[in-house]
Design a protein around this ligand. Sequence first.
Ligand SMILES: NC(=O)C1=CN([C@@H]2O[C@H](COP(=O)(O)OP(=O)(O)OC[C@H]3O[C@@H](n4cnc5c(N)ncnc54)[C@H](O)[C@@H]3O)[C@@H](O)[C@H]2O)[C@@H](O)CC1
Ligand SMILES: Nc1ncnc2c1ncn2[C@@H]1O[C@H](COP(=O)(O)OP(=O)(O)O)[C@@H](O)[C@H]1O
Ligand SMILES: [K+]
Length: 510
Amino acid sequence: MEPQQNLSHTHLFSAQQSRQIDRFAIQSLNMPGILLMKRAAWHAFQTTQAFYPDIRKLDILCGTGNNGGDGFALAQFAQLQGKEARIWLLGDAQKIQHDALTTFKEAQALGIPIQSISKYPSAQTHHEKRLIIDALFGTGLDRPLSAELQTLIQAINEKDLPVIALDTPSGLDSDSGRILGAAIQAQHTCSFITYKIGQFTLHGRDLCGQIHFFDLGLPDDAYRQNLADSIGMHGMRYWRDKIPKPDSTHHKGRAGVDLLIGGNSQMEGALQIAASGSLHCGAGLVHIYSPHSGYLRDIPEIQCHAPENSDLKTLIAKADAIAIGPGLGQNDWARQSLRELIENAHNKTLILDADALNLLAQKDDSEIAAIRKTLQQGHNEWILTPHPGEAARLLNCSVEDIQNDRAHAIRQLQQKYGGIVVLKGNGSLIFDGKQMELCPDGNPGMAVGGMGDLLSGIICALAAQNKNPFTAACLGVYLHANAGDKAAETFGLAGVTPSRMLDSIGKLLE
Ligand SMILES: NC(=O)C1=CN([C@@H]2O[C@H](COP(=O)(O)OP(=O)(O)OC[C@H]3O[C@@H](n4cnc5c(N)ncnc54)[C@H](O)[C@@H]3O)[C@@H](O)[C@H]2O)[C@@H](O)CC1
Ligand SMILES: Nc1ncnc2c1ncn2[C@@H]1O[C@H](COP(=O)(O)OP(=O)(O)O)[C@@H](O)[C@H]1O
Ligand SMILES: [K+]
């Protein structure tokens, strides 16, 4: 996706930040809360009309908070446009307050039927064409759902009717993408004021369906104060525009020299994929250092070096960026190569992936501190690219701990290891200690061996060509994900392979 470049469209916010932005708009920018609620409801109603114009009957499931308030307001727009709207209320009407109470009373005054949601699962026949509006919980969801509520949500999902969720599907943790017991499965989600982090990570993308964003007319000023801890989602074009285009005087000496280290016994393919990734990203020269480098002769553009007749130090000195890990293994040669790289790199960007990360995970805190110091003294930067399994090893925790709060996990990784961290997986994150970016692109077809090796090669080539390693990491992640999406369009999810992604990378870079 290519979001527009104003702050609300290019950043993700937590539930708490969303509330602060909302409050700032109401209190400091004098935008009445009721106006925002009505705008939210109007946009959501327009969405029902854009996607389900023929459905006349709307079941609007409302909680007693402001998310429910959006639902009560939507019910009015629907009724006034000749639809049959019914409100199903979760909780005690006495608890409804402020703006939500206003829209509740207005809905009552219009004669819209309001019933308790406890009657909903058995309420109507399965044959009726109806649209469900989920206005149970939004950003106010702050604890797991009770067993009773979980049963209710399961019963709603089992109805198999189309659902439009307001702000976020109820039951989805809008900070982490976790399911808090059970969650509404929506076809569309109308996200108001902010894109939420949880909509783009873990279960978020599947539960939200298509996301439609409405800033409700808030200006950039409302977002600026909360930018410090927000997560960027700038889109591929933004990062691509940061790198200079090659002019007519371009030559291979200026296109970056890459060195890729790995390809140990039975894992030669991993290094081959990484090297192909570098080549297709415009690398000037690609060197590989591998104990089994002979197999790469069928890629004539690559210069192959074997330990018995090449000096790693000399190769390191020639390279602009060095990736270590694809097919590296963990034998003595692998350990020795990683050590030599750390000790001999000067002014380089190093990319550590796969077994290089697993070797790093075996170090204790004082060894890690010593490695970081050596790298710093040599003016190097490193980019670590763990998948959740490698991240768990690096932090000595479970994969579940990583996935349950990926933004927190990447902060911990960066704090422990420094440099730039790329936490791969659905909604890959990139963090350098200051800026965090999330790439919403990519697809489950990319869960296939070799995909991470391709990413290492791509980032290595971009880091060799560009001075800014954070830009290289972000652009690399976006290019990789978009090449994956292109392959999925052409070959289907099951047909996505790293080799099939190579041909689209060059075009995506333009
Ligand atoms: N001006 C505003 O404040 C605006 C608010 N908006 C809407 O307001 C929503 C946020 O409203 P609220 O802060 O009232 O929060 P919600 O409406 O999401 O829910 C709050 C209520 O749910 C309860 N709750 C939380 N977790 C629960 C659980 N597991 N089981 C049972 N009850 C639980 C809370 O105690 C609270 O009473 C947004 O998501 C958005 O839809 C929009 O209308 C835009 C404008
Ligand atoms: N479900 C998914 N959605 C989006 N991207 C994915 C998904 N599964 C895998 N990927 C991407 O594919 C790559 C897989 O990397 P990795 O697990 O290291 O693969 P390997 O070790 O086999 O090379 C990562 O960049 C990851 O973000
Ligand atoms: K909702």
